[in-house]
Design a protein around this ligand. Structure first.
Ligand SMILES: *Cc1c(COP(=O)(O)O)cnc(C)c1O
Length: 394
């Protein structure tokens, strides 16, 4: 994400914000989610789910975990938390796992393979499953970009020993992740409430983000006084519990770290309720429709193209990954227009560079992730399409 204080605040929300429409149903066949894949534990972030999956697999000191070289800073701390060593495998130009390179990096200490469905597009799961089975390795599906979707008739997350999802990337929630297993019991994963202050923060933050983008007008009026009182309430809560665990995990405030104090905490009531009431069918339909509008809007423009030629039928995209010839200049022009962007994996961390994987280095630099989420209104989407076309042509 761009963090430049001179730029205008994004005109439209980068991630979903709550409105009354968020709770509407979608029509048609029900879209599958990772939560349909197996047993579920709802935690406070995707990285906590990854960390718990590695713990359940039995990953420990001295072990190696294979990770895609195209990665974000939040994917490594769960491996380090287990005392294990991340080993990066190469990806193809479209971010699919390079299976030959992956196989070549399997050694006597390798315990698990992490596969990330970048931007919602499925990795080659049958081949990954076969490779892991042949070497006695656990497969961990990183579904942080793919809460919703299927591959070969099964929900994403059903192929791995474990799957991890990040509900913050798909739903109007302040925090949330899911650990899922289609193959193993999660009886050993006990979760505890993070307390009343956390519950309140999760609820108020979700409402405030909705209010901030002009949603929930009637509710805002009704809650005007309570929200005015919030600051005072916070300060008094913080005064009363000085050094106790922070009120919310850093994962909700753009930190990339894993805070071990949050590994045994249950997702807030607010995020669990929104997860239960949301319609995956509506979310998938709207995200796909928005993605296709962006794809049409940039077709034929110079210097840009979509990362993927096609949007497969059962894919629900996280973002619209735009491949730009001159990404830094375009990112600046987009930011000046007020378009919010995510540059996944930019800059690549953990010493991964072109010598590890030229494709990962290129993806991290050249892919600009545009929002296509379900809570963009028609006027916002039209504005986004126009702003993107202006910025590309400038
Ligand atoms: C965001 C992300 C995570 C971590 O999810 P959080 O909910 O932010 O902890 C893991 N993997 C990938 C690929 C991600 O983009």
């Amino acid at each position: 994400m761009l963090a430049n204080t001179h730029l205008p605040r994004p005109v439209i929300p980068l991630a979903p914000v709550l409105s009354l429409d968020s709770l509407r149903r979608g029509a048609g066949p029900r879209a599958a989610t990772v939560l349909d894949a197996g047993e579920v534990r709802l935690v406070t972030s995707g990285r906590v789910a990854l960390a718990l999956a590695l713990r359940e697999i039995g990953v420990g000191p001295g072990d190696e975990v294979l990770l895609p070289a195209y990665h974000s800073g939040s994917m490594v701390p769960p491996v380090l938390w287990r005392g294990a060593l991340p080993v990066f495998y190469r990806v193809a130009p479209d971010a699919q796992a390079d299976l030959a390179d992956l196989a070549a990096r399997i050694g006597p200490r390798t315990r698990a393979v992490m596969a990330t469905h970048f931007f919602g597009f499925a990795q080659p799961l049958a081949a990954l499953r076969a490779l892991c089975d042949a070497h006695g390795l656990a497969l961990l599906e990183d579904c942080a970009h793919a809460l919703i979707g299927e591959h070969d008739g099964r929900p994403l997350g059903a192929w791995g020993d474990y799957a991890a999802a990040s509900t913050m990337k798909f739903l109007p929630v302040y925090e949330g992740g899911a650990l899922v297993s289609a193959r193993h019991s999660l009886d050993g994963v006990a979760l505890y409430s993070a307390g009343a202050a956390f519950e309140m923060k999760a609820a108020l933050n979700t409402l405030e983000r909705g209010f901030g983008y002009g949603r929930l007008g009637a509710l805002r009026a009704a809650l005007w006084l309570p929200l005015r009182a919030k600051e005072g309430l916070w300060n008094s809560l913080k005064r009363r519990r000085p050094a106790t665990p922070r009120l919310a995990p850093g994962s909700s405030d753009s930190s990339l770290d894993l805070d071990p104090r949050w590994t045994d905490k249950r997702a807030s009531l607010t995020s669990r309720a929104i997860l239960r009431w949301s319609s995956p069918t509506r979310i998938a339909q709207r995200r796909r429709a928005h993605y296709l509008r962006l794809q049409d809007a940039i077709a034929g423009l110079p210097g840009v193209r979509p990362l993927h030629r096609e949007l497969p039928q059962s894919t629900c995209p996280w973002l619209f990954p735009l491949l730009a010839n001159d990404p830094d200049a375009l990112a600046q022009r987009l930011a000046r227009e007020g378009v919010p962007l995510t540059r996944f994996g930019h800059p690549l961390a953990s010493g991964v560079g072109p010598s590890t994987c030229a494709n990962a280095a290129r993806l991290a630099r050249h892919v600009l992730g545009l929002p296509c989420h379900q809570e963009l209104r028609e006027d916002e989407l039209r504005w986004l399409v126009d702003a993107v076309r202006r910025a590309v042509r400038a």
